[in-house]
Design a protein around this ligand. Structure first.
Ligand code: UD1
Ligand code: MG
Length: 458
């Protein structure tokens, strides 16, 4: 049977005290709702329907662009009249011959294993409720089971008497049923309860009335079903999630100097014997080869770093490809389009953009290289600047194999430095420099005889 997923995401999220709708609040730099959508798509759902309300257009726009070509549909719930009313809005979109799983846009960390187990434990023709045992069940709907363990009813806190409030097994909200059953039952739900809402949980009683068994599946880890209502909960889940990602990285073989001090906002893959020091942030897709060493306090975004390379502390690396046996930092900034070939070195206070550094080439100190291609074994002296921008256009600098650029030189692009050329320190190079020759382009040093320092008048 096909699987349809309905994601409830219409709540206001008042307690976030934010202009950003709750389901767009970021967890690991990704909207809460995106986490739930990715999980849904991994379950191979044939339809995924998001019920949106507050901040709807913004939610729709931002999320749709992240999931091009996915079977995601949007249904508006104009007034939030309850979870049962919300799921009802999605009914016309659902496939008759399917099962429907109800998830929540603000419950981001439900694991694939947990949901697959749930989908397997509940057979077609049955109804399923995902439950959890909490030491403090206050505020949640309580699970009422009969002696055989079948779930008979879910009673909301506000509708419960003292005895029922003592029950520690609660409703996570995540439910599963045959779509045809939901189509039959949801129109029958009334709002005749303490909150005056249409409760999705009333489906349980209706299932029992129709002799449809309701299976309660218990989740082991409460974090997997925890919702986010305020910034404290958001921060808590962020830490839990980061711990999970750090664990996965260590299982993959990485050494983390402190797994509590790494942040992964995307995915990191590692070879053997990689070591990551504290306070590093990884964004997008980052690939580390074997034996890559990352120093403390680095930010690495959408980049790959090949075997045996070392990134020293405090580097910012974005959209860069770093080859094997390279050395970067400390305090280097590699901007998009940077490529380092094997054994290249970029040292402290060097910024690169759209630049290829050839094999064994070095820019070790205080340099800006933009729109530059260097050959192999080039030495870029301290303080070298490529002047690649004339205020309107960008121009290229080409530096041949084995060239040596003296310190504090400006290379005014477009310009080419020949292979084996030497540029004298302090040169401003505006014309191509010949290969294997010394080019010096600076005012000649003179000595002014008879010059006197100015003196203060008494
Ligand atoms: C609901 C359950 C309760 C469960 C708890 C788990 C019902 C009646 N109760 O209670 O048994 O223990 O979740 O957290 O289902 N939403 C909409 N449209 C609406 C109402 C809600 O989209 O009209 C969304 C909210 O944005 C939220 C979710 O559904 O993400 C749950 O709604 P909420 O009002 O917080 O449910 P609870 O009262 O906590
Ligand atoms: Mg409520």
């Amino acid at each position: 049977m096909d699987l349809n997923v309905v994601i409830l995401a219409a709540g206001k999220g008042t307690r976030m005290k934010s202009r950003l709708p709750k389901v767009l609040q970021p967890l690991a730099k990704k909207p809460l709702l995106s986490h739930v959508l990715q999980t849904s798509l991994r379950l191979n759902a044939t339809r995924v329907i998001v019920v949106y309300g507050h901040g709807g257009e913004q939610v729709k726009e931002q999320i749709s662009s992240q999931f091009p070509g996915s079977p995601i549909e949007w249904v508006e719930q104009r007034e939030q009249l309850g979870t049962g009313h919300a799921v009802k809005q999605a009914l016309p979109q659902l496939q008759d011959n399917s099962r429907t799983l109800v998830l929540y846009g603000d419950v981001p960390l439900t694991g694939d294993d947990t949901l697959n187990r749930f989908l397997n434990q509940v057979s077609p023709g049955q109804c399923g409720v995902l439950t959890v045992k909490l030491a403090n069940p206050k505020g949640y709907g309580r699970i009422i089971r009969d002696h055989a363990g079948v779930v008979r009813e879910i009673v909301e806190e506000k509708d419960a008497g003292d005895e029922i409030r003592k029950i520690c097994e609660v409703n996570t909200g995540i439910m599963l049923a045959d779509t045809l059953d939901l189509q039959a039952w949801l129109p029958k739900i009334t709002n005749n309860n303490a909150q005056g809402e249409y409760y999705l949980t009333d489906v349980v009683k209706l299932a029992n009335d129709h002799d449809v068994p309701v299976i309660g599946c218990l989740v082991d880890n409460p974090v997997e079903v925890e919702g986010v209502n305020d910034k404290r909960q958001l921060a808590r889940l962020e830490r839990m999630y980061q711990q999970q990602l750090a664990d996965e990285l260590m299982v993959a073989g990485a050494t983390l100097i402190d797994p509590a001090r790494i942040d992964i906002r995307g995915s990191v893959s590692v070879g053997q014997d990689c070591c990551i020091d504290i306070n590093c942030i990884f964004e997008g897709n980052v690939t580390l080869g074997d034996n890559v060493q990352i120093g403390a306090n680095c930010v690495i975004i959408n980049s790959s770093i090949a075997d045996n390379s070392v990134v020293k502390p405090y580097c910012h690396i974005e959209n860069a490809v770093i080859g094997a046996d390279c050395d970067v930092g400390p305090f280097a900034r590699l901007r998009p389009g940077t490529e380092m070939k094997e054994h290249a070195r970029i040292g402290n206070f060097v910024e690169t953009k759209n630049t290829v550094l050839g094999k064994g080439s070095k820019a070790n100190h205080l340099t800006y290289l933009g729109d530059t291609v260097t050959g192999d074994k080039v030495n870029v002296g301290a303080g070298t600047i490529t002047c690649n921008y004339d205020g309107v256009n960008k121009h290229k600098t080409i530096i041949g194999d084995g060239a040596f650029i003296g310190s504090n030189s400006s290379l005014v692009a477009p310009v080419e430095i020949g292979a084996g050329a030497t540029v004298g320190a302090g040169s401003t190079i505006t014309k191509d420099a010949d290969q294997n020759a010394l080019t010096v382009a600076r005012a000649k040093q003179i000595t002014v005889t008879g010059w006197k320092r100015p003196e203060k008048k008494k």
